[in-house]
Design a protein around this ligand. Structure first.
Ligand SMILES: Cc1cc2nc3c(=O)[nH]c(=O)nc-3n(C[C@H](O)[C@H](O)[C@H](O)COP(=O)(O)OP(=O)(O)OC[C@H]3O[C@@H](n4cnc5c(N)ncnc54)[C@H](O)[C@@H]3O)c2cc1C
Ligand SMILES: *[C@@H]1O[C@H](CO)[C@@H](O)[C@H](O)[C@H]1NC(C)=O
Ligand SMILES: *[C@@H]1O[C@H](CO)[C@@H](O)[C@H](O)[C@H]1NC(C)=O
Ligand SMILES: *[C@@H]1O[C@H](CO)[C@@H](O)[C@H](O)[C@H]1NC(C)=O
Ligand SMILES: *[C@@H]1O[C@H](CO)[C@@H](O)[C@H](O)[C@H]1NC(C)=O
Length: 545
């Protein structure tokens, strides 16, 4: 009773943390198609002010921003979203995951050297078109430790630019409200209500899914472009960046890309324009290496001519491990994408529910085959922690073909501090399972005692035992898909995201991050594209004065 009263009070007094308007639920807006062409229809050679490599989560907001004043070409290897309707709706999540990767489908699979299955976006809109949609801004430490002198006013405006069009606040439904109650009962407080900012406590975040489950990914940020200045080429696979050099400087001058018939095209920049790499944390370091910017021994071993020796390209690849507890819900419950999240300094707890079939890497071989759809709902509670401190590397595969996934290793838990944060998060999940709010998800056995029906590994019996908790973390590791690094600020790019030692070349995407921003990165990556675009416009207008 006391706790119920407390919850009621928390409901009434939760702070109104966001004052600006959100997007209103609406149908997909395909206006951007006015600017989209197949690469096959583009000339063999062209010129633009700016060339953005990768029409992904960062690339779309960057390109839209630059188009306000300059001509922009976006080169995206994938197709348009309408060609893969599964990316347009929350109930297509499963289809994206189980679809065979035929080299064109929106989710490109890869397996890291750690043996963990992973995936990256290959479609206009990038990984924001295949993700789970949760939207939450970066933690304050992220800005402080990123090596960037952020203009926080411009950061705020850039977030809002994104949020006004593609971020939604839906009512808490089904599992999400039980989960929220459990987080609070387990002591992750205060309750911050609906909040896009990162705050310690339990909160409800935004989503790029609207209340009808329609996905409004980064591709819809292209609708904010000046269409007469924007050209987006799909099925345009960039093979390498073209450089010109003299004794004193090295500049990017254009790119070489191929269309779906294998025909080569070139595009060059003009008038103090730039090439911007936004090919994601796997694609951007890969393309720098393929273009001859990277560690000399590695490039030489593949006979790639060295354009610029850079020992850090492909270093510091990091991925936040995901460790789950999964259980069967004893009554039918609708699927929910993520809404409630528990935030502490040490770790974050997230949870989703799904009606069978399960959407994400489901090795549940023991589930019975059924000719009729199984009425089975699952809950998944996951722990994530900031960082991670462990990291690895990215190397080109021996074929050195841009279509082949590079070799990547994240070295999960190599740093003991990561392991102890995982243990702390898993202990908190243990507390969550003990809450009254979670009680209704237990099954009664024949003897009348109640317990969860876990899928996969349950938490160790003795949760105060460090070594069994550590073993649990190592054994159940999978990915949160928040991988980053490879072109770090301070190592490969400077504080303005310019590739050090070159001119006219920047990297703007998750590959520049040393740590993961906030509970989930897409908000910050979309903000980043807008932010750097605005900075570039400012820089140029001050130069021309
Ligand atoms: C399954 C999954 C679930 C996730 N869930 C969430 C979530 O709920 N919330 C959240 O905040 N984050 C989530 N994330 C993470 C988030 O989506 C990514 O961190 C983010 O989208 C990465 O943005 P990016 O701009 O760095 O790269 P991307 O969005 O991946 O963009 C890179 C683009 O470059 C293109 N490209 C690459 N190489 C080339 C080339 N050679 N030529 C031309 N184009 C090229 C790619 O096709 C792609 O479109 C999830 C990710 C995944 C995969
Ligand atoms: C070298 O190239 C840079 C950039 O293209 C140019 O600004 C500079 O004048 C060139 N220097 C010489 C010596 O040609
Ligand atoms: C489940 O979803 C269906 C379809 O969207 C909806 O009609 C129904 O009310 C939902 N049920 C619950 C318990 O939320
Ligand atoms: C279950 O279905 C899968 C795919 O349809 C099939 O490969 C598998 O053999 C089936 N298993 C059993 C036990 O029938
Ligand atoms: C649980 O583990 C702790 C630490 O290893 C140990 O001291 C304790 O005796 C264990 N409890 C049980 C019931 O085994």
């Amino acid at each position: 009773m006391a706790s119920l009263l407390l919850l009621l009070l928390l409901h009434i007094f939760h702070p109104q943390s966001n004052v600006h308007a959100f997007a209103t639920s609406s149908d997909h807006d395909f206006s951007y198609m006015k600017s989209v062409h197949s690469a096959n229809d583009l000339p063999a050679q062209e010129e633009y002010d700016y060339i953005v490599i990768g029409g992904g989560t960062a690339g779309c907001s960057l390109a839209a921003t630059l188009s306000a004043k300059y001509s922009v070409l976006v080169l995206e290897r994938g197709s348009v979203p309408a060609a893969y309707p599964s990316v347009l709706n929350a109930n297509g999540l499963l289809a994206n995951f189980i679809q065979e990767d035929d080299g064109k489908t929106p989710a490109q699979r890869f397996i890291s050297e750690d043996g963990v299955e992973n995936v990256r976006g290959r479609i206009l809109g990038g990984s924001s078109m295949i993700n789970i949609g949760f939207y939450s801004r970066a933690n304050p430490e992220f800005y402080r430790n990123s090596g960037i002198q952020w203009n926080m006013d411009m950061v705020e405006k850039s977030y809002q630019w994104v949020e006004d069009s593609i971020v939604f606040h839906s009512e808490l439904v089904a599992w999400q409200s039980f989960f929220r109650d459990a987080l609070l009962e387990a002591g992750i407080r205060p309750y911050n209500g609906f909040a896009l900012n990162h705050m310690v406590g339990t909160k409800i975040g935004g989503s790029i899914f609207d209340d009808k489950g329609r996905r409004h990914g980064a591709v819809e940020l292209l609708n904010k472009a000046d269409f007469k200045n924007l050209r987006v080429a799909v099925h345009a696979t960039v093979e390498k960046i073209i450089f010109s050099s003299n004794a004193s400087s090295l500049s990017a001058t254009g790119v070489l890309y191929s269309d779906s018939n294998g025909e080569s095209h070139t595009a060059f920049i003009r008038n103090r324009g730039e090439v911007i790499l936004s090919a994601g944390a796997i694609g951007s370091p890969q393309l720098l290496l393929l273009s001859g910017v990277g560690p000399v021994p590695h490039l030489s071993s593949l006979n790639i001519p060295v354009i610029h020796p850079q020992s850090h390209v492909g270093s510091f690849m990091a991925d936040n491990p995901r460790n789950n507890i999964n259980f069967v819900i004893p009554f039918p419950l609708n699927s929910t994408t993520q809404q409630a999240v528990g935030i502490t300094k040490e770790y974050y707890i997230e949870g989703i529910s799904h009606k069978y079939p399960f959407p994400f890497n489901p090795p549940f071989s023991f589930l019975p085959n059924s000719s009729s759809p199984l009425d089975l709902s699952l809950a998944i509670i996951s722990g994530k922690f900031p960082g991670p401190l462990s990291n690895g590397f990215l190397w080109l595969a021996s074929s050195a073909d841009v279509r082949t996934n590079p070799i990547v290793r994240f070295n999960y838990f190599a740093n003991p501090a990561d392991l102890s944060r995982c243990v702390a998060a898993m202990r908190k999940i243990g507390d969550i399972l003990e809450t009254e709010a979670m009680h209704r998800f237990k099954y009664r056995d024949l003897k009348g005692s109640k317990g969860f029906k876990f899928l996969e590994m349950p938490l160790p019996m003795n949760q105060s035992d460090d070594s069994s908790m550590e073993e649990f973390c190592r054994k159940t590791v999978t990915t949160f898909w928040h991988y980053h690094g490879g072109c770090l600020v301070g190592k490969v790019v400077d504080g303005n995201f310019k590739v050090m030692g070159t001119s006219s070349l920047r990297v703007v995407d998750a590959s520049t991050f040393t740590t993961t921003p906030g509970t989930n990165p897409q908000a910050t990556i979309m903000m980043l594209g807008r932010y750097v675009g605005l900075k570039m416009l400012q820089e140029r207008s001050s130069q021309s004065n």
